[in-house]
Design a protein around this ligand. Structure first.
Ligand code: NAP
Length: 273
């Protein structure tokens, strides 16, 4: 499956590199500011910078649109009709509505929510399909994506909460670690940088345990000794994390709903103009 990426910022650039690193097949890229696409392609012999989005579209089986939402909706109005029925149009813009985008294009739209973790070809890549997609297209796409992460199919209604876990997740967890390091430094017995370094080692070790098949529950069970210090620490945590993440999910859902209401132009309205 030949991939073309429009918008080589943080996500598009990362995906382009990950695809180029994991397959000899050419990855096609196009960015509004051409230098940015050229900088991404400079390290690869199997990456081609296209001068126009039209030339990219003519080379590929799947286009991945990786712009910010406002640029994406504008782009979609030109790009959508230029695609054909046998092409896929993936987008990393989580606030799009697949049914609505289908109105713009004969291609099959797919939502793709990547994570920074695909830089190292790990972590979940959320995929949300429209009802009309064929089993063959799903298989081909998931085979392609599995080289750079773990494709995980979700319903569109799950996109916000799952994106919080997988895509925003590394930022949320890192922020918690920063606060933890700050609290450790406040004991007066370690400085913050040293505490961050120890936490980073702990997290990479924990990730390896989980990768080896250990569950969250087993991790806790193996460390907690009745009446011991870990148990005391877990009691101190109490329902604090539950309250914290309940608030977090409520906030991101509120943002997503507001964002959808404010920034999605109606394709039907724009056609009437
Ligand atoms: N960052 C994340 O962790 C993350 C995770 C999941 C999903 N997302 C979503 O992915 C999308 C991209 O996020 P990002 O962080 O990668 O944004 P970004 O770094 O701002 O990248 C967007 C890129 O799109 C380019 N662009 C804008 N309009 C264009 C057009 N008409 N034609 C070609 N290229 C165009 C921009 O080019 P210029 O250089 O000219 O500005 C820029 O390089 C967003 O919708 C975001 O919500 C992001």
């Amino acid at each position: 499956m030949k991939i073309g990426i429009i918008g080589t910022g943080h996500m598009g650039g990362m995906l382009a590199r990950a695809f180029a690193e994991t397959s000899s097949e050419c990855v096609y890229v196009y960015n509004r500011t051409a230098e940015k696409a050229e900088a991404v392609a400079a390290d690869f012999t199997n990456m081609a910078v296209c001068n126009t989005w039209r030339s990219l579209v003519s080379c590929v089986d799947a286009v991945i649109l990786c712009t910010k939402a406002a640029d994406g909706f504008h782009m979609m109005q030109q790009l959508g009709p230029a695609l054909s029925r046998n092409q896929l149009l993936l987008t990393t813009i989580s606030s799009i509505d697949l049914d609505q985008w289908q109105e713009f294009t004969p291609a099959t739209p797919v939502k793709l929510i990547p994570s920074l973790t695909q830089t190292v070809h790990k972590g979940a890549l959320l995929v949300s399909y429209p009802r009309t997609i064929s089993p063959e297209d799903k298989l081909r796409l998931e085979q392609k994506l599995s080289a750079i992460g773990r494709p995980y199919v979700i319903d569109e209604a799950q996109v916000r909460v799952c994106s919080d876990l997988t895509s925003c997740g590394p930022a949320f967890l890192t922020s918690i670690c920063q606060s933890w390091a700050q609290a450790a430094a406040q004991t007066g017995n370690i400085d913050r940088a040293e505490a961050e370094s120890l936490l980073a080692s702990m997290i990479t070790g924990l990730a390896a345990l989980l990768e080896a098949g250990m569950t969250f529950e087993q991790v806790i069970d193996q460390i907690r000794v009745p009446g011991g210090v870990t148990e005391l620490g877990l009691e101190a945590l109490g329902d604090g994390p539950l309250q914290l993440f309940t608030r977090l999910h409520a906030e991101t859902a509120r943002y997503a709903n507001g964002h959808k209401r404010n920034s999605v132009p109606s394709p039907l309205a724009s056609r009437q103009v």
